[in-house]
Design a protein around this ligand. Structure first.
Ligand code: ASP
Length: 318
């Protein structure tokens, strides 16, 4: 039985390296089984289980890939896509009360919410496992798992590549972007060098940098993108998080500050993988899409396999 059985997945730091690797291996297993045409067998794994997806913030990939994953495993899904306005939160219901309800309706709850710490609050209330699908500017642990899976899959033929020794460049709104908080923490399970490229006002939070260094990672901070790309194995590009700014004027100061083009990729380290959690606004030019380095749509696809792995391990279908 997986050690993730019945566990809440709130912060990527809650998972050991072995547990993370077990999720990635299981994801590879699901990718292969689906490619071999075993969907009818896979669809027996979580029959009779119900997933609730409760999203107080917009989402396309995270909610739909969780729901797709649960459907592929033969489970059922109940969903509130606009929980802010269409759930009882609009009437003033607390996260605690919502957790006490949802535990009777579903076997696992996936929540996205604008407040940092909200996933932990739900997990404290609900007796069934809670998976954090993004809590404000805090964390997005399942995105980190699919990002790790993508890094292992890119440039590795049919297998999974080793992560030790990689130079990972993270670019954009590193202050407000929860994906880079979780992914950088996750990567400290391996020997990885980081360069964080951001305007000083949007730099990676000090407490995250301190955590990474304390876990042995080498961290450099920069404002110029091109020099970092010349030695990067992975460039992880992020959106300026408009919804976290106090005004449109403030956001406009940073919009478009870094844009990756095909010409920039041509100058970068050969074989570099360009990743992005999506949605993209303007930070990756569409002329990059046709390059073999453009990993972001494969990355989004990988979300289904990784979430299938996680759901089976948490619910005991593995
Ligand atoms: N989709 C990711 C998230 O929910 C990245 C983003 O929104 O920029 O954090």
């Amino acid at each position: 039985m997986s050690s993730l059985r019945n566990r809440d997945i709130i912060s990527i730091g809650d998972l050991s390296k072995d547990e993370i690797q077990a999720v990635l291996d299981q994801a590879a297993n699901f990718e292969q089984r689906l490619a071999r045409g075993e969907s009818h067998l896979v669809a027996q794994l979580l029959q009779d289980h119900i997933l609730a997806t409760v999203f107080y913030e917009p989402s396309t990939r995270t909610r739909l890939s969780f729901e797709s994953a649960m459907n592929r495993l033969g489970g059922r899904v109940i969903s509130v896509a606009e929980a802010k306005t269409s759930s009882s939160a609009a009437k003033g219901e607390t996260i605690y009360d919502s957790g006490r309800m949802l535990e009777s309706y579903a076997d696992v709850i996936v929540q996205r919410h604008p407040a940092t710490g909200s996933a932990r609050a739900l997990a404290d209330a609900a007796s069934v496992p809670v998976i954090n699908a993004g809590d404000g500017t805090g964390e997005h642990p399942t995105q980190a798992l699919l990002d790790l899976y993508t890094i292992q899959r890119e440039g590795a033929g049919n297998g999974l590549r080793a992560l030790d020794g990689l130079h990972v460049v993270m670019v954009g709104d590193l202050k407000n972007g929860r994906t880079v908080h979780s992914l950088s923490k996750a990567l400290t399970n391996w020997k990885v060098n980081f360069t964080f490229v951001a305007p000083p006002q949007l730099a990676m939070p000090d407490e995250v940098v301190a955590y990474l260094r304390q876990r042995g990672a080498t961290v450099q901070q920069a404002t110029e993108l091109a020099p970092a790309l010349s030695s990067a194995d992975i460039a992880y590009i992020t959106r300026i998080q408009q919804e976290r700014f106090s005004s449109v004027e403030e956001y406009m100061k940073y919009k478009g500050v870094y844009v990756i083009t095909a010409a920039a990729v041509a100058q970068a380290k050969p074989g570099i993988a360009i990743m992005h959690p999506l949605p993209r606004v303007d930070e990756i030019d569409t002329d990059v899409d046709k390059l073999p380095n453009a990993a972001y749509f494969r990355q989004a696809r990988n979300g289904v396999f990784v979430r299938m792995a996680l759901l089976t391990m948490v619910l005991g279908g593995d």
